[in-house]
Design a protein around this ligand. Structure first.
Ligand code: FAD
Length: 375
């Protein structure tokens, strides 16, 4: 393995680049955006994701934790703002690492990109893949800037609407809309949100707060929407204020601060699990391109980072590419399927909370217990 081309500079692509470049492989990322500015406001890095980041680069993890807000517990409250239950978080990465943390997306992506570049990976911005041809011993890739790259392995880490998947896995079904639309809004961090995510259950289901730095948090809510509608961004603040009405203290104070459309992020939620294997010859899909999950377990970026860790292991082993990718699938498929399916189930219970057997807390706990196992 001499040359790897990665399409997409999100957590999957950037972490794969770090791991592979450090092992001496010539790694290049092509990213369609003009900068590495991601969509969305912030995200939660849960216990298994902390462990995966520590495996990519312990210094990188330390820098992320320093820029973010440490999570020690998950708390549950009522609509009027009373906390009724606090669940201490597991620390699968070990006592020396935090159980989890929240971080702003641009900060997180910037640190991941910095780590990939320090490891020796090159990143080309405003470039995408336009065509691909496989030969037995190489992949020939055409890029949108008119250049061509010959590589030993092409990695599609280009997210939900992956171009690599479209070009090389054209028999895979499109991602499915889940019937929910996620809203996020950045607001100053409330003093009550002092040890991690807090979720309040009230008239419109569950609304949560995730601290992402010493001074900031975001409020998150999933709206039930039968269709994936697009609405003018100017209208988002007023619509979100309506959705958040009827919840006490913390949410009410946040609600009063929603005015600027740029504060608000709104996106219809899709899910998808590509049938195994996620490789065709010398082309492999990782991250959301292979398994897009809804955010109920906050594990999408985590399993994308785990993909990078496992890829580094199998490509570093003394075996041929086919066997290495086969090992990759054995270690990744069931674990990613668990996250995709259980996140979807939690989304269904968000939509139908009275359904017989609905047990979101039990399913979340069971999923994190399973994910604490080595991968
Ligand atoms: C509302 C919401 C909240 C979430 N919250 C969390 C959370 O709290 N914790 C968590 O772990 N996960 C969360 N997730 C999931 C998480 O964001 C994703 O799982 C994660 O970003 C996947 O990383 P990735 O690198 O595979 O894909 P992406 O992050 O989507 O990155 C793909 C990259 O590829 C680039 N790209 C796309 N097309 C092309 C192309 N044709 N050519 C070149 N480049 C291309 C994109 O610009 C992007 O930079 C959330 C998701 C949503 C929708």
């Amino acid at each position: 393995m001499r040359k790897v081309l990665i399409v997409g500079g999100g957590p999957a692509g950037l972490c794969a680049a770090s791991v592979l470049a450090r092992s001496g492989i010539d790694v290049e990322i092509v990213e369609i955006s003009p900068d590495l500015r991601p969509q969305g406001v912030g995200l939660a890095v849960t216990g298994p994701s902390v462990r995966a980041l520590a495996m990519v680069d312990p210094d990188l993890l330390a820098r992320c934790v320093a820029e973010g807000a440490v999570h020690r517990a998950m708390s549950f409250g009522t609509a009027d703002g009373q906390i009724t239950r606090r669940v201490p978080l597991r620390q699968p990465a070990g006592e020396q690492y935090p159980a989890g943390f929240g971080i702003m997306r641009p900060v997180f992506w910037g640190l991941l990109a910095d780590a990939a570049q320090r490891a020796g990976a090159k990143i080309r911005l405003s470039v995408t893949i336009t065509a691909v041809r496989q030969e037995p011993d190489r992949v020939e890739v055409s890029l949108s800037d008119g250049s061509a790259v010959t590589c030993d392995l092409l990695i599609g880490a280009d997210g939900l609407w992956s171009k690599v998947r479209e070009l090389a896995f054209d028999d895979e079904p499109d991602p499915s809309f889940t019937g929910q639309t996620a809203w996020r809004v950045m607001v100053p961090r409330a003093p009550e949100i002092d040890r991690g995510i807090v979720v309040y259950t009230g008239p419109r289901g569950r609304i949560g707060c995730n601290p992402v730095s010493a001074s900031e948090m975001y409020v998150f809510v999933g709206e039930i929407t039968p269709q994936p509608t697009r609405l003018p961004q100017q209208e988002w603040p007023a619509l979100l204020r309506e959705l958040l009405a009827g919840y006490g203290t913390v949410i009410e104070r946040a609600r009063e601060q929603i005015a600027d459309p740029d504060q608000v992020d709104r996106r219809p939620l899709y899910a998808m699990l590509v049938r195994q294997p996620w490789y065709r010859g010398r082309i492999l899909l990782i991250g959301d391109a292979a398994h897009t999950v809804t955010p109920q377990l906050a594990m999408g970026a985590g399993i994308a980072i785990e993909d990078a860790v496992v890829l580094g292991d199998v490509l570093g082993s003394d075996t041929d590419l086919d066997s290495a990718l086969d090992q990759f699938m054995r270690r990744r498929y069931d674990r990613c399927r668990l996250v995709v399916e259980n996140s979807l189930q939690l989304g269904e219970w968000d939509k139908h909370p009275g359904e017989p057997g609905a047990d979101p807390a039990g399913l979340s706990e069971a999923t994190f217990a399973a994910l604490a196992a080595p991968f």
